[in-house]
Design a protein around this ligand. Structure first.
Ligand code: PLP
Length: 397
């Protein structure tokens, strides 16, 4: 069991704020400031270049990857840290397409986060006109996997609705059709237990600044199944993924295992912040996390549906079909969310009409949910959102 009151006490949460946006940017672990400061002064400051060996900087991308591996059901040594999620999506795609030549089709769905689609479009343009990104409706993914598909590129949880795909079923279908799978775990890692190895996933990637609380710009991760690690090639063949970076060979030779997916110099300071968060994650039982997340989400859904009849639930009700966020639709969603934020409950808005709330048991409890419901009810009953201050869209929604 996990003591979620204890984990909540480990985060800095502004007084009076109910933070339901850890699915977009996780809060600050209280130990992170000191951890990063120590890395800055005792390592960068006092060790300078020696830190690469003495402080273990060079090994961090795989060492930190191993701590994330437990959260996503991955084998030890199969997760490498670095770069951003968009970059890791590109790398996984390029590897999978090369491995599954001569097939040329990438299959994704319209619930995917646009950056994944954009990266695929850019890669197809580079590879040539034979390559194609096929985008179908989320409910049509399973049926669209046929023998032309080289790789499926599916984000497990829809960033807008919170709808969760069936990883085991899609992976099995893909393999039966001779396709490889890439799972984007942006809204899965740290949201609920993921079983990459058990599902037989080929590749996966995700970011750490959402549920894993590494702070803005924290490094992404990439997973390569052990059976592919020694023949998956990296299109972004940077020196840190070389077998012997300090041999400074003129020709690229990939490192053994998933380490070959490293590209360039890793972000040591951000990884220090991530490690502070992983100290908390190390204590979390993933089954307990899921149970608590569903209880909070159910409480929120029931409360909002009882108090706010004009909001329409956009998230599936079935537990096995949703992640750790709850979304409601309303044509005035942006203004409503601004009014709710002005009253200390932080969620966010996704065009065209989605109000999004993340439920993260590590730092959200039942009293927070009750307050969020009360604030939303007050805003809706009094039409408090109907005010010019709440209607001008900011750059980040
Ligand atoms: C958040 C998110 C991203 C963001 O990618 P970055 O490169 O980290 O900016 C990409 N894909 C999905 C599915 C996401 O949810």
């Amino acid at each position: 069991m996990t003591d979620f009151a204890a984990t909540k006490a480990m985060f800095h949460l502004p007084i009076g704020m109910v933070y339901l946006d850890g699915n977009s940017l996780g809060p600050l672990p209280k130990s992170a400031a000191e951890r990063v400061a120590r890395t800055i002064t005792a390592e960068w400051g006092d060790m300078l270049i020696l830190g690469w060996n003495k402080a273990g900087w060079m090994d961090k991308p795989m060492a930190v990857g191993n701590r994330i591996a437990r959260l996503i059901g991955a084998e030890p040594g199969s997760v490498a840290m670095g770069d951003t999620l968009s970059i890791k999506v590109y790398q996984a795609l390029a590897s999978a397409l090369e491995m599954n030549a001569p097939r040329k089709v990438i299959l994704s769905d319209s619930g995917n986060f646009p950056s994944d689609l954009y990266m695929a479009q850019g890669l197809c343009r580079t590879l040539g006109p034979q390559y194609q990104l096929k985008i179908v409706a989320p409910e049509d993914v399973l049926g669209a996997i046929d023998q032309t598909v080289a790789v499926t590129m599916i984000t497990e949880v829809d960033y807008r609705t919170g709808r969760k795909h069936d990883m085991a079923a899609i992976t099995a279908r893909a393999h039966a059709m001779g396709a490889l799978t890439i799972w984007d775990l942006a809204h899965s890692a740290g949201a609920f237990p993921v079983a990459l190895a058990a599902c037989g996933a080929d590749f996966a990637c995700g970011c750490t600044y959402k549920y894993l609380n590494s702070g803005p710009g924290g490094p992404a991760f990439i997973y390569v199944a052990p059976r592919h690690q020694d023949h998956a090639r990296s299109a972004l063949s940077g020196w840190q993924g070389h077998d012997a970076p300090f041999a400074f060979d003129l020709d690229y030779r990939p490192a053994a295992g998933a380490e070959r997916m490293r590209v360039g110099t890793p972000p040591i300071l951000q990884m220090a912040a991530l490690e502070a968060s992983l100290d908390i994650w190390d204590k979390v039982d993933m089954a307990a996390l899921r149970a608590a997340s569903l209880a909070l989400s159910d409480q929120f859904i029931a409360g909002v549906e009882a108090a706010c009849p004009t909001l329409t639930l956009a998230t599936p009700r079935a537990h096995d079909q949703r992640g750790s966020q709850v979304s409601f639709r309303h044509p005035e969603g942006y203004a409503i969310m601004q009014a709710v934020i002005a009253r200390g409950v932080i969620g966010d808005f996704r065009a065209p009409d989605i109000l999004r709330f993340g439920f993260t048991p590590l730092f959200v409890d039942a009293a927070d949910v009750a307050k969020a419901v009360a604030v939303l009810a007050e805003v809706m009953e009094g039409s408090l959102w109907d005010h010019p201050d709440y209607k001008t869209r900011k750059k980040v929604t």
